[in-house]
Design a protein around this ligand. Structure first.
Ligand code: PAF
Length: 281
């Protein structure tokens, strides 16, 4: 397994492999790997000749008051896990090489980036789409893998790939959860024990919502109200949003119908957790 930090080095490696007719699967990440990341790596390993992952804590997707400085990092551990998953190359660039000063070019997917998480994290998705497009141009993958845990991110990246005619296939894999239902996230490491216990309510609330839809509830307001009540029953949870939106537009629906995303963001202390469920009604 190679670790490549230089942008030219990564691009040259990929060009050589593509010239030989080999396929490259790519999993972009910020590191501090958990089972969710590993499931993406395993799938990409199965489906491609070569497997590249990037580890880059991307500064442009963090707001000024967010956790860029304390985002969990452990490159040694990530490297061992990557090797076990059969990664061929870890692309591990430096921020000053990814964004050489004066950096001026950004990519933004309109409308989809301003709602849900984009509303409480202005500029976040502009940072994500910019870095993902840069990584695609550097790694030159055939297929890139993302998790449904970041559903809005996955929808926005799919839209960017479609709108910009990028010759890359995007695959999105299911959310990995702890046995108790808590969605895996690198940020779970911030949670204190009582917060971690209370955060289980998020998956429970989503399951209740899915159950209500399956049993014929048509008014999203009633479902959202029930979810909010469940989450508020936990002392430490502070709701950022709970919404039921159309999967294509990410706009709240007035009636339960079609392919829907039930999604939420809730703070436990300073830690903001997101989770979701997809349902066809
Ligand atoms: O989902 C993530 O870890 C990040 O948003 C990504 C896609 C690696 C871009 O920095």
């Amino acid at each position: 397994m190679k670790v490549i930090s230089s942008i030219n080095g990564m691009q040259n490696w990929s060009k050589q492999m593509r010239c030989k007719g080999k396929t490259i699967g790519f999993v972009p990440m910020m590191g501090y790997l958990h089972e969710g990341h590993l499931s993406l790596l395993r799938k990409a390993r199965e489906e491609n000749d070569y497997l590249v992952m990037s580890i880059f804590v991307n500064p442009t997707q963090f707001g000024p008051k967010e956790d860029l400085g304390r985002y969990p990092r452990d490159f040694g551990r990530d490297k061992k896990l990557a090797k076990l998953c059969g990664v061929d190359v870890i692309f591990y660039p430096e921020a000053k090489k990814m964004y050489p000063a004066p950096y001026k070019t950004y990519v933004e997917v309109e409308d989809l980036s301003d709602v849900l998480c984009g509303k409480s994290r202005p500029g976040h998705f502009r940072g994500v789409t910019t870095v993902v497009l840069k990584l695609f141009n550097i790694v030159l993958p055939n297929t890139a893998y993302f998790g449904w845990k970041d559903a809005q991110q996955a929808i926005i990246i799919n839209k960017m790939v479609k709108d910009l005619n990028l010759p890359i296939k995007i695959k999105t894999l299911p959310i990995a959860r702890e046995e108790n239902g808590l969605a895996l996230s690198s940020r779970n490491t911030y949670l204190k024990e009582d917060q971690r216990r209370q955060a289980i309510i998020l998956d429970k609330a989503l399951q209740v919502a899915v159950g209500m839809i399956q049993s014929g509830y048509k008014d999203p307001r009633r479902i959202v109200a029930k979810m909010r009540k469940m989450i508020k029953s936990q002392k430490t949870g502070r709701i950022d949003y709970v919404e039921i939106v159309d999967m294509n537009t990410l706009k709240p629906v007035k009636k339960i119908k079609g392919r829907l995303l039930i999604c939420l963001a809730v703070f436990f202390g300073k830690t903001r957790l997101i989770d979701n469920a997809i349902i066809c009604a």
